[in-house]
Design a protein around this ligand. Structure first.
Ligand code: CTP
Length: 129
């Protein structure tokens, strides 16, 4: 069984997230999705996230693409997760191109095309306007 893992905040879940999850799932048989905890996001300067972690997990679950959902709560967790779950493929959007090459030591790393014209930032700005 080929295991794929991906991570994100998934705030105000949108079409770009759906496509990313669909493409990640298609890379293997079992998709693990790491959803950032509220404190992890605050710690990396993402201060304006609208949905709390429980809401974001529920949105990811509702897509039907995730076989398992975990919480990303600390720096360096990705390596632990890849080893713990015996992951074959780490997948992430192309906005991160090159940033996760250090994981190639542990599994295959795939950068998936990012959907143009939509982001959580854009939706948050619209809400705040
Ligand atoms: N993603 C994507 N296409 C988009 C937006 C996001 O493929 N238009 C992907 C990202 O590359 C990442 C995953 O979805 O692999 C989760 O991204 P996340 O940071 O939660 O979403 P963004 O919309 O990029 O959020 P923000 O604007 O806060 O950066």
């Amino acid at each position: 069984m080929k295991k794929v893992i991906t991570y994100g905040t998934f705030d105000l879940l949108h079409e770009g997230h759906l496509k990313l999850l669909q493409r990640a799932k298609a890379l293997g048989d079992y998709l693990i999705v790491g959803v950032t905890s509220d404190s992890f996001d605050r710690g990396r300067g993402k201060l304006n996230v609208k949905n709390n972690v429980l809401e974001r997990v529920a949105s990811v679950k509702a897509t039907g693409y995730a076989d398992e959902i975990i919480i990303e709560d600390y720096l360096g967790q990705k390596i632990d997760d890849i080893q713990r779950f015996d992951v074959d493929v780490f997948a992430i959007g192309s906005d991160w191109e090159g940033k996760f090459d250090y994981l190639k030591e542990y599994c295959e790393v795939v950068y998936l095309p990012r959907t143009e014209g939509i982001s959580s930032t854009m939706l948050r700005e619209r809400q705040d306007a």
